[in-house]
Design a protein around this ligand. Sequence first.
Ligand SMILES: [Zn+2]
Ligand SMILES: [Zn+2]
Length: 183
Amino acid sequence: MKIGILPVGEIAPDVLLGVQQGLVKTFPDIACTIIKRVMPVPKLAFDKKRNQYSSSVILNEIRSYASKHEKFHGVLGVVDVDIFVPELNYVFGQADTPGRAALISLWRLKPKFNGESADSDVFVLRALKESIHELGHTLGLPHCPRSFCVMHFSNSIFDTDKKQSLLCDQCYLQAALAINNLG
Ligand SMILES: [Zn+2]
Ligand SMILES: [Zn+2]
């Protein structure tokens, strides 16, 4: 499985690198490239009333990028703005389930955002967990009832911190089968 990590707006290179290295350790049979080109954050995504960006509008752009770059089985967009879907106050990410487009936002993962002191290890680990989670969705994985599994739904940063950066045995098996089916 070939994954492209697509920066949407300027993203700190160490985070992209941490996510890339972590993804390679998590999924079987995966190659992971950081795409050099930066996709601008779509202006249309900004919602003035909410002062946030529409996750679905950004995901649309990633989907369209993925359709033009068929060498990637999946494209993971990484954005550093606050994103939302209409039903929720915010989301950490969104993905097509199954599909080829995924998105995570770093905005609410930063220790500083959560009133903690800066810690780049914690930050990168959170970004990795959310990346694995969204890519898991692109492979067709639903939310997992096990709170330690990375496919467990994160309602808050506490849920993200509680879960491991690993798929449970059942989710791993399902991911491995899906990856195998990609050929
Ligand atoms: Zn999810
Ligand atoms: Zn699981």
